[in-house]
Design a protein around this ligand. Structure first.
Ligand code: C2E
Ligand code: MG
Ligand code: MG
Ligand code: MG
Length: 275
């Protein structure tokens, strides 16, 4: 009896594994097709100056419109693109596309682009950034690059050198999803970081959890003391906005300030905010 049950469970397990492998394989094939057929596009989410409420810049966010499955989340397909190496040409395309879009905005606005750890292997990230700036003609001071703590953790001395080169050129490096990784504070002291982005998980609970508030307060205070800009991610309520502004957080991003929108919408918003 028990034996049959055991076999039954094993069979279900094997079938489940086979299904996952099949889905994964399909995603890899679909991503190749998507790249060939240009199914990717960018949306832009405003990053707002907390005090004035004016738009300071936009974060470029990648979207994939699958012909049958519709919109696929970057959290689902970027890990696969990283494993297959597609993230290299895709990441280069994102950089150029975003820089070109930003050249149409008022000059005081920046564009922020997410970089994958894979782009930091070799000198790829630096080459790609340089080529995007050259072909678009965007001033380096109007570009920000967002990296996560995993980029700092797993990649060697190359990352440090690349970040230094970025900041020498006037490109701001932002540490994304801050507080969710290892958060070694040493990074902030020894690396060329210009901005901290406080992860949405802390902002979500900042009004209800004293622990989250304490953490946000500490991060915002640290940023101020070190002279770094600080963006709160995922601001959804008026209460969060008030609180974060009172705490001295310099920038806000989230559905309350604006959802990600098309390049045309970003241009409209940018012009309206500058006027
Ligand atoms: P991220 O860089 O931390 O981007 C912020 C994510 O939070 C975005 O999700 C954005 O749409 C979402 N968000 C913004 N405001 C709010 C809010 O008020 N409430 C809630 N619930 N969510 C909010 P998205 O666009 O799905 O992107 C997910 C992640 O995928 C990004 O997280 C980033 O890590 C990655 N990603 C997106 N585009 C690229 C890209 O071009 N290259 C790379 N390497 N990664 C990318
Ligand atoms: Mg980001
Ligand atoms: Mg983020
Ligand atoms: Mg995040």
């Amino acid at each position: 009896r028990a034996k049959t049950d055991g076999r039954g469970i094993a069979r279900v397990f094997v079938e489940e594994m086979e299904r996952l492998v099949r889905e994964r394989r399909e995603m890899e094939v679909d991503l190749q097709t998507a790249w060939r057929d240009r199914q990717f596009f960018l949306v832009y989410q405003p990053i707002v100056e907390a005090e004035s409420g004016r738009i300071a810049g936009f974060e470029a966010l990648l979207r994939w419109r699958h012909p049958e499955r519709g919109l696929v989340s970057p959290s689902d397909f970027i890990p696969v693109a990283e494993e297959t190496g597609l993230i290299l040409p895709l990441g280069a395309w994102v950089l150029t596309e975003a820089c070109v879009a930003a050249t149409a905005w008022p000059e005081s606005l920046f564009v922020s682009v997410n970089l994958s750890p894979i782009q930091f292997r070799g000198a790829e990230a630096f080459r790609q950034v340089r080529s995007a700036l050259e072909s678009s003609g965007l001033a380096p001071s109007r570009l920000e690059v967002e990296i996560t703590e995993s980029t700092l953790l797993h990649e060697g001395p190359m990352v440090r050198a690349t970040l230094e080169q970025f900041s020498e050129e006037g490109i701001t490096v932002a540490l994304d999803d801050f507080g969710t990784g290892y958060s070694s504070l040493g990074y902030l002291r020894t690396l060329s970081i210009g901005r901290i982005k406080v992860d949405r998980s802390f902002i979500e609970q900042v009004e209800t959890s004293p622990q989250s508030l304490a953490i946000v307060r500490a991060i915002v205070g640290l940023a101020r003391t070190l002279g770094l800009r600080c963006t709160a991610e995922g601001v959804e309520t008026e209460g969060q906005r008030r609180l974060l502004t009172a705490e001295g957080c310099s920038h806000l991003q989230g559905y309350l300030l604006g959802r990600p929108g098309s390049a045309e919408e970003a241009l409209r918003r940018a012009r309206a905010s500058a006027a």
